[in-house]
Design a protein around this ligand. Structure first.
Ligand code: HAM
Length: 428
């Protein structure tokens, strides 16, 4: 019997595998410019790590975790997200003894038993950052800025940056009570999830996908009216900083996030193309969580972070047609004319490879047509063509398929084009 991959998982190959690694490289490079250092933590943890932090009332803990008993009868969970494990590690390794800000990044697989659909997987990859130790609107704005800059570098600009604040614990409690009283008379008309959330976490009713458009939802009280004055000032300062950083954003007062650990600033960046079937897909999301370290019996440490779904970025880059790597690397195919030149082609490809360039050649065919075909398949930007003529003149013909140019150049000039230091290639 044929065995296929598990529902909600993906195989990456060819261009997709390449784009996956390209995205990985970009997110790591940019976050390191912002001072984040990678932390590598286990893919599974004690179930308690997620139950305590992501929260008993969240969908993730309620119905999406891959939880099992190991052979020692311990309850183990494949991580559904990164923040909980990073916070567990931050406390366990006493990273809080360092004064000031600790900036951590992570990259790796996450697992959620969700209903698979476009962009929603059961195994997916998150890149995330978490910054511990400082509570200031400038850090909040800079975290959103980092998120925005990463997307910009990946050429994903059809996006909406949605921001909101859900205030401190006290404001949320009062707001929760106000929401319950607002919804009490219409509760029976709402969906099953809303009816459940009414009791467990009324804030989550606001972003219900089923009842989102109902008037009773739109008329719900606003968190703003329950916020402490200092929380309002803080949020206004976040918004002002975003403006000064030139980040276009929208305040969405119904953005509440589905994980229980958030406090104050929350945000989500969604794909924005109303012609697309994946319009509004969340590409990344995050927020402040100022009391999570206490849930792990660590000292109170304010924190903020975000995570982005790599597969979703890949999907959007494909849709936007910006996953073409022709201009992101400089692949070369060496084409040879005539029987005697194959060995020169082999030596030249080797020369280029030894100088760190991806070079390929058609080992078999002497005619140009199949060699051009190979160049297309290899997605080469550059074609170097050599024949007896070029050999005699000690030069090559270089074709740049992006610029559409073709020129004869000396072997020394070839070195210059590809930033090769040292001796130029020498024909036999
Ligand atoms: P989240 O909103 O659950 O937040 O996930 C963040 C991102 O991961 C989403 O915006 C999406 O791009 C991607 N993602 C989530 N679930 C799936 C899925 N089933 N398939 C594909 N991609 C998915 C968190 O996980 C928080 N830990 C973020 C955070 C970090 N908050 C503070 N620090």
């Amino acid at each position: 019997m044929k065995i296929n991959k598990i529902k909600g998982t993906l195989d990456f190959f060819s261009d997709d595998a390449k784009d996956y690694r390209f995205i990985e490289q970009i997110v790591k490079e940019i976050s390191s410019l912002f001072g984040y250092q990678e932390m590598i933590i286990p893919i599974f943890e004690a179930t308690e790590v997620f139950a305590r932090s992501v929260g008993e009332s969240s969908d993730i803990v309620n119905k999406e975790m891959y939880t099992f008993l190991d052979r020692g009868n311990r309850s183990i969970t494949l991580r559904p997200e990164g923040t909980a494990g990073i916070t567990r590690s931050f406390v366990e390794n006493k990273l809080y003894v360092e004064p000031g800000l600790t900036k951590i990044s992570y990259f790796g697989p996450m697992f959620r038993y969700e209903r698979p659909q476009a962009g929603r997987l059961r195994q997916f990859t998150q890149f995330g950052v978490e910054a511990f130790g400082v509570e200031t609107p400038y850090l909040d704005a800079d975290i959103i800025n980092l998120n925005y800059q990463v997307l910009k570098a990946l050429r994903i600009l059809k996006i909406k940056v949605l921001v909101n604040t859900i205030g401190g614990e006290e404001a949320r409690r009062a707001y929760g009570i106000a929401l319950q009283s607002h919804f009490s008379s219409s509760l029976v008309t709402l969906c099953q999830d809303c009816q459940k959330r009414y009791h467990t976490n009324p804030l989550r009713m606001l972003d219900c996908k089923v009842d989102y458009e109902l008037q009773v939802m739109k008329d719900a009280p606003k968190i703003w009216d329950f916020l402490a004055e200092k929380d309002r000032r803080y949020f206004n300062e976040v918004l002002k900083s975003l403006e000064l950083l030139n980040i276009p954003f929208e305040v969405n007062d119904r953005l509440v996030r589905g994980l229980d650990y958030y406090t104050n600033t929350v945000f989500e960046i969604v794909y924005d193309d109303n012609q697309s079937s994946i319009n509004n897909l969340a590409l990344s999301a995050g927020g402040r969580y100022n009391s999570l370290t206490k849930d792990f019996d660590g000292p109170a440490t304010p924190a903020i972070g975000f995570a982005m779904g790599i597969e979703r970025l890949l999907m959007v880059r494909k849709e936007l047609g910006v996953n073409n790597h022709l201009d992101e690397d400089n692949r070369i195919v060496v084409l040879t004319l005539g029987d005697t030149m194959k060995i020169e082609g082999l030596r030249l490809a080797n020369f280029l490879r030894m100088h760190g360039l991806a070079a390929e050649l058609d080992y078999q065919n002497h005619h140009l047509k199949p060699q051009f075909k190979l160049a297309t398949r290899f997605k080469a930007r550059y074609l170097i063509i050599i024949g007896e003529d070029e050999k005699r003149k000690n030069c090559v013909k270089l074709k740049d398929t992006i610029l559409g140019t073709e020129e004869e150049m000396s072997l020394e000039d070839l070195n210059k084009v590809f930033n090769i230091e040292g001796e130029a290639y020498a024909y036999l």
